[in-house]
Design a protein around this ligand. Structure first.
Ligand code: FCB
Length: 436
């Protein structure tokens, strides 16, 4: 275990403690593809939409960021809405840029370091019409957006993440049908993943061209996949899931060829084309970790590479699950990232649990922060931890039924109530920072 001194660091590279949110999940009435998609009530399990969400756009962001600072946070990760900032191709909305400028100034005034994600699942409507991530112009359009953000808001953003969770997006929206555009085709998974990585590489270059001081990263979802038994078939199924979800992206970002050309097991396919500019296109990497999946070979589960998840669904909501709570997996994935890209600063950009009663969150938080410390003791250069989420918010296809917040939000009145875990997190941060 790391001691207090090792997780602190100088004020220059202070370890960041905070929570994460994304624009569509907390901002009211974002005019994006997700707003259109959720007009159809069958697209969320409770028929709900983000709607007014947590009213961050119309004014409540400031009060919630003040609350985060009072809860001891030193940083916040948030999303900027491309749909708001570029409502028509090439036309940028200066009023919307000003709104974000005020919000970011407020956050800095509260002493919060800001990590901003530029593409966290939602797209402008015009881009969705053009083919979303499969539009041939998507990477170049994303680069233009990155350029404008860097010029307009770059001095207010401490760490910039281009894209959130390429594999999850490609899986849910292109291989699957639950997120827009809902193509439901396995070939679309690979095409979308390649396009998203191309957009990242183009965005990285644009951000640095516009503002050479930018600190640019990419956020990857990194669950752990373990075989459900010692059988070879289960092992192969777990490896396949890990390869297509985790390794494919990590390899493409770090390996010499800058591409993925092999598949675990007997099959050998070239899954992604070579992507110019991708290798090494990051100053830091973000890792989102919720839990682990135990995988059993299942010949009927073609859509999930012949692997079914058989763990205790202790983070499960109806037909969706975030895996089994397994803090060691966070430690191991951090160490894996550190090995894949030696010396690259790492951030836990999301980690949390769906838990309306807070029965599990306190322990979850303690165990996962301990796992981060173990990874650091093992040599992983972790620079911050962002809990998902600051407050209950709109959880994509799960609608309003998946409360992940340190702070509970009453949907009727909008009243915010910090849960016991928020207080525990504050005490934990204070203890680590030596304020107790
Ligand atoms: C992650 C997403 C985030 C939130 C959490 C629960 O995959 O990045 O927006 O939905 O899951």
């Amino acid at each position: 275990m790391r001691t207090k001194a090792t997780i602190e660091g100088s004020s220059h590279d202070a370890f960041l403690w905070g929570a994460a949110t994304s624009h569509h999940q907390v901002e009211d009435d974002e005019p994006s593809d997700w707003a259109d998609w959720t007009r159809d009530p069958s697209h969320t399990i409770d028929g709900s939409r983000a709607g007014r969400a947590c009213e961050w756009w119309s004014g409540r962001a400031e009060e919630d960021l003040t609350l985060a600072a009072r809860l001891g946070h030193t940083a916040h990760r948030l999303g900027l809405s491309w749909a708001r900032l570029e409502p028509e191709p090439g036309r940028f909305d200066e009023v919307a840029f000003d709104r974000y400028a005020r919000l970011l100034d407020h956050a800095h005034g509260e002493g919060l370091t800001i990590m901003a994600t530029l593409f966290h699942f939602t797209l402008p409507r015009w881009l969705a019409k053009e083919g979303a991530c499969l539009s041939p112009r998507f990477p170049e359009r994303f680069a233009r957006f990155c350029d404008r953000v860097a010029r307009r808001l770059g001095d207010r953003i401490d760490l910039v993440a281009t894209i959130n969770e390429p594999s999850v997006l490609a899986f849910m929206a292109y291989a699957g049908k639950r997120w827009p555009p809902g193509l439901g085709r396995i070939d679309a998974f690979f095409r979308a993943l390649a396009a998203i990585l191309r957009a990242h590489a183009a965005g990285y270059a644009a951000l640095l061209d516009a503002r050479p001081a930018s600190k640019v990263g990419l956020v990857l979802n990194a669950p752990r996949f373990d075989p459900a038994s010692g059988s070879r078939r289960d092992l192969l199924a777990a490896r396949l899931q890990d390869r297509f979800f985790n390794a494919i992206v990590l390899d493409a970002l770090t390996e010499k060829r800058g591409r993925v050309a092999e598949l675990a097991g007997p099959l050998r396919v070239s899954a992604l084309p070579k992507i110019p500019g991708l290798r090494g296109s990051f100053h830091w990497l973000g890792l989102n970790y919720y839990g682990r999946y135990r995988v059993r070979f299942d010949p009927r589960a073609a859509g999930t590479l012949f692997g079914a998840h058989v763990q205790e669904h202790n983070v499960r909501l109806e037909h969706v699950d975030w895996g089994e709570i397994h803090p060691d997996g966070l430690r191991d994935q951090l160490l894996r990232f550190a090995q894949a890209s030696p010396g690259t600063p790492l951030y836990v950009t999301e980690n949390g649990v769906m838990d309306p009663t807070d029965a599990r969150r306190v322990r979850y938080l303690e165990q996962h922060v301990a796992a981060v410390e173990e990874a650091m003791a093992g040599g992983a250069p972790v620079r911050g931890y962002f809990h998902w989420s600051l407050l209950d918010n709109f959880e994509w296809a799960e609608g309003w039924r998946a409360p992940f917040g340190l702070v509970a939000v009453d949907r009727e009145t909008g009243v915010r109530t910090p849960r016991p875990s928020a207080e525990r997190y504050r005490a934990l941060i204070e203890a680590k920072e030596g304020h107790t």
